[in-house]
Design a protein around this ligand. Structure first.
Ligand SMILES: [Fe+2]
Length: 270
């Protein structure tokens, strides 16, 4: 799921006039989860687009993505030459951390999205972007959701943090500036987070790991890196249409989980 348009009211307005795929969908019934998810009849072209996206992104990540992300990708054993099945990915997540995938019809309304995170279910799309959008697609697609998001969900601390975001969003106190702060924390961690490691600065944010341009941009000096202090992150504006000029750096996933929990409790969200 692309947290850009689904969670940011500004982004919703900006994109919905341009592209119907960016209009959030409010669900009117259940959507298939885990083993219930059917495997679509992908075309040769779609398998080929997956193969291209996978190969070039996989090559970029060593030395840039954090070890947890690389380990998650190894554990998932995503096929390189054909589009992965959501139900297969879901089984690996379930065994690792008790998370499951659900097949999302597109960009979900944030209420439907967060409700599922709260019960350890990640909404993933199963369609593949067209070839002319290899470098950038404004809407969520399978490559972003599966290649980007799922490798981090096999790790306990990240998986717990991810669930707490959903639980916090479900609180009746998650309104106004506090909700905006929550959405910004989501953006600067789940989608665009960096982490200090003994080997140097590394990427864990899924909006970066699944983006050809952001992977190369995010670690350069063009980006100002600030320490992860939830109160500060909650106040930081972002712009979904440009490369990110400011990113926040955690020291560990335990710090991320504890730091978020502390922030959420201080605003009576948990
Ligand atoms: Fe996303």
């Amino acid at each position: 799921m692309n947290a850009t348009a689904e969670t940011d009211p500004k982004a919703e307005t900006a994109t919905s006039t341009d592209d119907p795929r960016c209009v959030p969908i409010a669900l009117d019934g259940p959507i298939p989860e885990g083993d219930e998810i059917p495997y679509p009849n992908y075309s040769v072209e779609e398998h080929d687009i997956w193969r291209t996206l996978y190969a070039r992104q996989r090559k970029l990540l060593p030395g840039r993505a954090c070890q947890e992300y690389i380990d998650g990708l190894e554990l998932l054993k995503l096929p390189e030459d054909r589009v992965p099945a959501l139900r297969d990915v879901s089984r690996v997540l379930e065994k690792a951390t008790g998370w499951k995938l659900t097949r999302s019809p597109g960009l979900l309304h944030e209420k439907d999205f967060f409700e599922r995170l709260a019960r350890r279910v990640f909404p993933a799309t199963d369609y593949v972007r067209p070839r002319h959008e290899l470098d950038y697609t404004p809407a969520p697609d399978l490559f972003h959701d599966v290649f980007g998001h799922t490798p981090m969900i096999v790790h306990e601390s990240f998986a717990n943090f991810f669930q707490k975001i959903g639980q916090a969003a479900a609180s009746e106190n998650a309104v106004g500036d506090v909700r905006l702060g929550l959405v910004r924390i989501y953006w600067f961690t789940v989608e665009f987070g960096l982490i200090n490691t003994p080997q140097g600065l590394r990427i864990y944010g899924n909006g970066i790991t699944s983006s050809y341009g952001e992977v190369q941009h995010s670690l350069t000096d063009a980006v100002e890196k600030r320490p992860f202090i939830p109160e500060k992150v909650a106040q930081q504006e972002y712009d979904i249409w440009h490369m990110q000029p400011v990113l926040f750096v955690i020291d560990s996933f335990e710090q991320l989980e504890r730091g978020f929990e502390h922030w959420a409790k201080s605003h009576r969200l948990l």
